[in-house]
Design a protein around this ligand. Structure first.
Ligand SMILES: Cc1cc2nc3c(=O)[nH]c(=O)nc-3n(C[C@H](O)[C@H](O)[C@H](O)COP(=O)(O)O)c2cc1C
Ligand SMILES: C=C(O[C@@H]1CC(C(=O)O)=C[C@@H](OP(=O)(O)O)[C@H]1O)C(=O)O
Length: 388
């Protein structure tokens, strides 16, 4: 399967085309809308989220609530577009009345300068419109379709914030995903620990007062994955590598870990590898899950635990030093309306990016043109794996 997205942050809409979904897959628009709403929430967001109320429109590939096998087109409109039509619209940048509206002072940490030099844009709006994490709205819509596919195979996904501005939530994931979802959905920080939540809010508020921004770490947990998704035989078929690419592609993400991740470097092997068990009813399982559900680029059948680190938001209301690309004079960087923390929202994005990679892995492993064929292939493999 594959998908492309198009659209600018303050343009009329975001669009995605998904290709390769099997036919007969039930798609519920309300479930996609619920996922879009989850992404819009979270403490620390800027005023843009009060303007938008993201809703998906499905323009092709789904009829009477089921995929047909044709490409699926998803659209999410930008309500804010009407406030930007003059800037985004026809008036050429060279028009003197528009010169003042040009973005000419690149923000350290954003794509402004690199994109402007690379594409030859004297108005860096032509870069920031597409580099904006607004694009993650449509990727979440795609991820929600992937989640709906995965639910047919008993694969479930949850996410949470485990660190924010240096405040760490070390609550282990012992509860069921249902329990995690119940607690995180009720939390403006998408965090499991109520006491830490207050500390996190205080950190965000303090940063905001200082014109600063905050980053953190999110964790995505996937349950129900069968053994052997992905493959050891080629670098680009390793599923953990593909998931890492997906997570790293989220705006502002700077690192990925599976299971104990970087801590593996300082532990002996006996404290890292997960011992193998077998029972008649469950087949193979592991005593621990320190490697986060992967060995040899393949799923072990244990929950997948992936963490992603998000750097602080680049746009600062107390801006950092920059250079005006027109005058070459030193200037403080431009200030665009901005979030000062988007880690809770990014946690939802991370779930959905992982969902897409999981759905691709399922379709590669149990490929079929229609859902009944895919499910049959899955069930016969599960039986074989149990008897192995
Ligand atoms: C959900 C979400 C919201 C974001 N909101 C903002 C924002 O309001 N202002 C900003 O400067 N960056 C924001 N970012 C981060 C930038 O989009 C990101 O830093 C930029 O695209 C440069 O890419 P890079 O950080 O991956 O190098 C956000 C990221 C995410 C995931
Ligand atoms: C629009 C979204 O996030 C935006 C991501 C973003 C950035 O630079 O990445 C900058 C801000 O854009 P604006 O200046 O329009 O407020 C965020 O609001 C969204 O998440 O839907």
């Amino acid at each position: 399967m594959r998908f492309l997205t198009a659209g600018e942050s303050h343009g009329p809409q975001l669009t995605a085309i998904i290709e390769g979904l099997p036919s007969q897959l039930e798609i519920d628009t309300q479930i996609i809308n619920q996922e879009l709403k989850r992404r819009q929430g979270g403490y620390g967001r800027g005023r843009r989220m009060q303007i938008e109320s993201d809703q998906v429109r499905i323009l092709s590939g789904v009829r009477h609530g089921k995929t047909t096998g044709a490409p699926v087109t998803l659209v999410v409109e930008n309500r804010d577009w009407k406030n930007w039509e003059d800037i985004m619209g026809a008036a050429p940048v060279a028009d003197p009345s528009n010169v003042k509206k040009r973005v000419t002072r690149p923000r350290p940490g954003h794509a402004d300068l690199n994109g402007a030099v690379k594409y030859g844009h004297r108005d860096m709006r032509d870069v920031l419109e597409r580099s904006s994490a607004r694009e993650t709205a449509i990727r979440v819509a795609v991820g929600s379709v992937a989640k709906q596919l995965l639910s047919n195979f008993g694969i479930d996904i949850a996410g949470r914030v485990i660190e924010l501005g240096g405040v760490k939530d070390e609550t282990p994931v012992t509860e069921s995903l249902e329990e995690i979802k119940k607690v995180t959905e009720a939390s403006p920080l998408r965090c499991l620990n109520k006491d830490l939540e207050e500390k996190m809010i205080a950190v965000i508020d303090e940063a905001k007062q200082n014109g600063d921004s905050i980053g953190g770490v999110v964790e995505t947990i996937v349950t129900g994955a069968p053994i052997g998704l992905g493959s050891h035989v080629h670098y680009d078929r390793k599923l953990d590598a593909r998931i890492a690419m997906g997570v790293m592609s989220i705006n502002a993400f700077k690192g990925v870990e599976f299971g104990i991740g970087f801590a593996a470097a300082s532990r002996p092997g006996s404290q890292v590898h997960d011992e193998i068990l077998w029972s008649e009813d469950k087949g193979y399982s592991r005593r621990t899950n320190r490697l986060g559900g992967f060995e040899g680029g393949m799923t072990t059948g244990m929950p997948i635990i992936v963490k992603g680190v998000m750097k602080p938001i680049p746009t600062l209301y107390k801006p950092l030093q920059s250079v005006d690309i027109q005058t070459k004079e030193p200037f403080k960087a431009s200030i665009e309306r901005s979030d000062n923390c988007a880690v809770p929202a990014a946690s939802v994005v991370c779930e959905n990016v992982v969902a897409w990679e999981m759905a691709c892995a399922i379709m590669e492993r149990f490929s079929g043109d229609q859902m009944p064929d895919v499910l049959q292939a899955y069930e016969s493999f599960q039986k074989r794996a149990l008897e192995f």
